[in-house]
Write a protein that binds this ligand. Structure first.
Ligand code: 13P
Length: 355
């Protein structure tokens, strides 16, 4: 089997994931990262507690109305719910397609600026992806991270390495039937203006698609997961949601090929409310493009949910998750009324964040 054998399926999976009014739930936190999250509610990072938390998420009645896919960490893809049924089967009952984080994390990039990283996990990826497909996964994620600094980051080396890694990953998982989510995240760390972000993000995304072209990636069978075009977290500039939306759409229109069927944003440390409001604005302005502008949020879907669950309150956790899923579904259609669902304004940004 190869990309050619899977091409129709890849196109149809990508379109399905980007269905209007639906988004992706990113619950692929590594064991270390989920440990930090559980720590904030005083819950120990054991396999049983991770199973309980994710089992709660995946049995939320009605979630499939707003969520088309869920990105899992490897442990979860092969894990059972406490009731003995597999997590994959729980998701199937909600009509949610399982995906899998396939990168193996970030490492320092030798020869670049000391804050810069490369994303690891290419060795044996075609074979690993085939195992994930056999287990029920139909899409994948690889998160490359770029940072803007006053001393010249991202360097040309970092942009080239991360774009190439994303393209190699995308082609590799397509060989085994998984739709690649291509995620070049530009961190919010720094005091740069929104104009600087726009200029750099446009260049980074253009390089990603040049690398995809060189690797023969079937773009119709991919999704892009960018950060929104925002100013640095330490920038004093005050930017209105309508400006973030306009600059984000403009940047994407200048860099993303029309053949990409969907763009699903990460939340990147925005508050739950800001992630919904910005997305809603994007879907209300006139654009030249026809992409479905949706979401693939981690923190902006789970923050309130985790707090409400607090290790035991399944009903309250599920209600909070459903509220944010519905809000973002409405935002992806330009119909979100801010404040119409419970949410949090708490900034979720953490400097030097890893997933
Ligand atoms: P956030 O929405 O919390 O940024 O997470 C999305 C994600 O999948 C990061 O890789």
């Amino acid at each position: 089997m190869s990309l050619l054998d899977f091409s129709e399926e890849l196109v149809s999976t990508a379109r399905h994931l980007a269905s209007p009014g639906k988004g992706i739930l990113a619950v692929d936190e590594s064991t270390k990262t989920i440990g930090k999250r559980l720590g904030t509610i005083g819950v120990e990072n054991t396999e049983a507690n991770r199973q309980a938390y994710r089992g709660m998420l995946f049995t939320t009645a009605g979630l499939g109305e707003f969520i088309s896919g869920a990105i899992l960490y490897e442990e979860t893809l092969f894990q059972n719910h406490a009731d003995g049924e597999s997590m994959v089967s729980k998701l199937a009952q909600l009509g949610i397609v399982p995906g899998i984080k396939v990168d193996k994390g970030l490492r320092p990039l030798p020869g670049a600026n000391s804050v810069e990283t490369l994303c690891t996990g290419l060795d044996g990826l075609v074979e690993r992806a085939a195992d994930y497909y056999a287990q029920g996964a139909r899409f994948a994620k690889w998160r490359a991270v770029l940072q803007i600094t006053s001393d010249g980051c991202p360097t040309a080396l970092s942009v080239r390495e991360n774009a190439w890694g994303l393209a190699r990953y995308a082609r590799s998982v397509q060989e085994s039937g998984l739709v690649p989510i291509v995620e070049p995240e530009i961190l919010m760390d720094g005091d740069h203006t929104i104009e600087t972000t726009a200029r750099i993000q446009e260049h980074v995304i253009q390089e990603v698609y040049q690398a995809c072209q060189a690797n023969g990636v079937l773009l119709e069978g991919t999704l892009l997961k960018p950060s929104m075009t925002v100013q640095g977290a330490d920038c004093s500039q005050k930017v209105e949601p309508a400006t973030v939306a306009a600059m984000t759409v403009h940047t994407l229109e200048r860099s993303v090929p029309a053949s990409v069927p969907g763009i699903v944003f990460l939340s990147g440390g925005l508050s739950e409310e800001a992630a919904s409001v910005y997305l809603n604005h994007m879907n209300t302005i006139e654009c030249n493009s026809k992409w479905n502008l949706g979401f693939s949020y981690g923190r902006a879907l789970q923050h309130s949910c985790l707090k409400k669950w607090a290790g035991q309150n399944v009903e309250a956790g599920q209600a909070a998750l459903l509220a944010r899923a519905q809000a973002n579904s409405e935002a992806s259609l330009g119909r979100y009324v801010p404040g119409s669902q419970p949410s949090s304004d708490e900034q979720l940004f953490v400097a030097g964040y890893t997933y």
